[in-house]
Design a protein around this ligand. Structure first.
Ligand code: PMP
Length: 392
């Protein structure tokens, strides 16, 4: 029976990690994997998280089961960073902890399916796992164009998707720091999106995986809040893995905003049942560490400082790349300064990407996605020169 399974393609990014590791060149550059890196190329544990973990080790008196909803104090503390006064009223929001943002996306789409959604509108390109989760749930993926060639978002495509989706459709949008393009909707575009949702029966599913890594904690969630204020119901998937540096600890949350408080309990009970069937309950440690940070003013301030340092560093890299626009023709580097987060897409051909790897030791995804945090003062000149070389 098991021999009936056809082999699945290997994860391209994992293959890239191995090729990079095997490359003996000292000045090789890894722009593949989607984790934040400091100017020294490290992905350290946040100091605020170290502080929280020390407290957890000293004070935690039980590791007994928590339940499918996880650490409810973590979920409540995080909620205030996502929803605002107007959308937090009336007891219409329930949340639960999930294994990473991936678990939250899985729950959101699984719950949407249980509620009758049959197709998910997805702006492309997107994080590859979006399409995989939709397919695994046996939902239909309907794609629309996310970005235009000039490096701005394709608002019309999003608005058409929202209008077209109908009551059996969900529309999945990235809250900020779009992966892989870095191209977010502007405030005006979010207003138009919110207005379109307000007139459409389609279900908004909002995926926030990089809050605080774009323009700021508040700024990065402003568009999502505009939508949440305008719509009767929505689902929100959240990841703490990037903005708390907790990747392998798998920290995420899932929030449901219902039309009315009366229906919330039934909706949440379905999410609860799905969580039980999928993973029973989320891992505790990372969520507990985030809870300790968020419940302590000093640790919160330290965390926000660390996040600001990361954000500023990536903005600096983006500005350096944008300033090199004239040196590297045809790649539209100038647009990178106005984009957000860890990622950007360079319109390189697969041949150019191969030459960057073979001739210059520069590793990036085959799509042309780069992790801007893989760049720093020491390697940006080399990267720009290599881009100029392969695009000549
Ligand atoms: N959504 C998006 C858009 C992402 O880019 C990612 C992570 N790469 C996730 C969700 C899931 O994050 P996590 O690692 O917390 O599962």
């Amino acid at each position: 029976m098991l021999e009936n399974l056809p082999a699945q393609p290997a994860d391209a990014l994992l293959a890239l990690i191995k090729m990079h590791a095997d490359d003996p060149r000292a000045d090789k550059i890894d722009l593949g994997v989607g984790v934040y890196r400091t100017g020294d190329g490290a992905t350290p544990v946040f100091k605020a998280i170290k502080g929280a973990e020390a407290r957890l080790v000293a004070e935690q008196d039980s590791k007994s089961y928590l339940g499918p909803e996880g650490d409810s104090r973590f979920v409540e503390a995080l909620q205030t960073y996502i929803f605002d006064g107007e959308s937090m009223t009336d007891g219409r929001i329930a949340g639960m902890q999930t294994p990473g943002g991936t678990g939250a996306v899985r729950l959101a789409l699984g719950l949407a399916k249980k509620a009758g959604v049959t197709k998910v509108y997805l702006g492309v390109p997107s994080w590859p796992n979006h399409a995989q989760i939709i397919a695994d749930l046996e939902l239909e993926t309907v794609t629309f164009n996310h970005a235009r060639e000039d490096g701005t978002a394709d608002l019309d495509a999003a608005l058409n998707a929202i209008r077209e989706a109908g009551e059996r459709g969900a529309v999945l949008l990235h809250g900020c720091c779009h992966n892989p393009t870095g191209i977010d909707y502007t405030a005006d575009e979010w207003s138009a999106i919110a207005a379109a949702f307000a007139e459409s029966p389609a279900l908004p599913v909002l995926d926030i995986a990089y809050q605080g890594l774009g323009q700021g904690m508040e700024e990065d969630v402003a568009g999502v809040r505009t939508v949440l204020r305008a719509v009767p119901q929505a689902l929100v998937a959240y990841s703490c893995d990037k903005n708390f540096g907790l990747y392998r600890d798998r920290v995420g949350a899932f929030y449901m905003m219902a039309k009315s408080g009366d229906t919330l309990e039934a909706i949440a009970s379905n999410a609860n049942a799905l969580a039980r069937a999928n993973w029973s309950m989320p891992p505790d440690h990372g969520g507990a560490a985030v809870r300790v940070v968020l419940e302590d003013e000093g640790l919160t301030a330290e965390w926000l400082d660390e996040l600001e340092t990361m954000r500023e560093r990536m903005r600096g890299v983006r500005e350096r790349l944008a300033a090199a626009d004239a040196e590297v023709t045809g790649l539209g580097l100038a647009a990178l300064a106005g984009q957000n987060g860890l990622f950007a897409m360079l319109p390189l051909t697969s041949e150019q990407i191969a030459r960057l790897r073979d001739d210059h030791g520069i590793y990036m995804a085959g799509s042309g996605r780069i992790n801007v945090a893989g760049l720093h003062d020491g390697n940006i000149p080399k990267f720009i020169a290599a881009l100029a070389d392969v695009t000549q």
